[in-house]
Design a protein around this ligand. Sequence first.
Ligand code: NIG
Ligand code: FE
Length: 419
Amino acid sequence: MNPVRGGACAAPTAAIVVDNIGLLCTMDGGAPYGLGMVAQACVHTVGDRIAYAGPANTAPPPPPHAMMIDAHGCCALPGLVDCHTHLPFIGTRADEFARRARGESYAAIMAAGGGIRSTTTAVRDASAEELVAATTTWMQQMLTRGVTTVEMKTGYGLRLQDERKQLLAIATLADAGPIAIAPTWMGAHAVPFEFDGDPDGYINHLVTVLPAIVELGVATSCDVFIERGAFSVEQARRLLLSARSHGLQLKVHAEQLSHTGAAKFAADIGAVAAGHLEFISEDDALALANANVVCEVLSTAQVFLRGQRAIPGRMLGDAGCKLAVASDFNPGTAMSADLLLAAGLAVTQCGLTADEALLGITAHGAAAIGCHDRGRVIAGMRADLLILTSPSPYDLVYQWGTSHTDRVIIGGVVVHERD
Ligand code: NIG
Ligand code: FE
């Protein structure tokens, strides 16, 4: 199953030639540092695919009638992939942010009925159209930063009709384009009011509704929040094995607030990705590396929650884990849609190299959603390209709080140009 839906809204331009690229980062694992840098490069697209990416002096002649784009000696790289968000949501939790700043913990607020369940009330009260409208605004921000594929999860509806509503909103957004979406079902995000104190009963219920969720034909992955106060490894196993038997990829929120064994479990069950990992051990990291589970470094959440424990990105990288970086965009723990901020924080707060962070928002971000036709600029891949206003890719993680985008191409269509 293709884990991604939509992307670009018009028929692709027949052919595009992006010329005069000072530095192309193919992200194909080549030197230096895996970024696959090519100086004085050009890229040809034909339809929604890349036809040529490499040195300008060995490029084939431009296809006739190709749209010509001058990159003015700046850098080009794959369109960015935000592999972990909690869109679509609605409403604000600014009051909780203020309470946490006065000393209350995220876990205590959640145990008292706030947190995720407070956004559940807002999402249940909203219509699908309202969810779409709110999310469209955020996606426009993402596009200006160069995001071309975004993962979105349910998990604020928690009732079949509201989880469905979130999935249908995701489908509407994907079909409208231009950003492609990897849709994830996360019914096991929190225990809803109806099942208060009965996580086992809720997991049984989720196993029962799973076929109806799959039948909608939107979700391609299933995620579970494994944490004290949310779900145990055993409860997650029950749901995820069932999800896999229905053809869904598996993802896990692991070791965010305490050590529960979720990372080892993600390795055992063969999840495509595990996110957060503040409390992961070295043994767990080796297990994830051996099982080829992509580790999602969700740096914004760590900093937003004023985490006592930093995500040990350096340890994960040294253990051989593939590192993705994502915004984790949600109203509770990461109220920022800015993937570039997450990448900058992954470097300064979690010990990633700038190169790892750049791979984390491109090639490894794509791997975290199980999608292998994007995230690198090589012939045959989807024509998703980000052309910068800067000659250096490192400006993306170094120069914060601004867009470095000149143009964004999705599926062979120029979908955004700098004003
Ligand atoms: O990834 N930890 C679980 N889920 C989200 C937070 C969701 C919320 O607080 O609304 C996260 O941090
Ligand atoms: Fe998350």
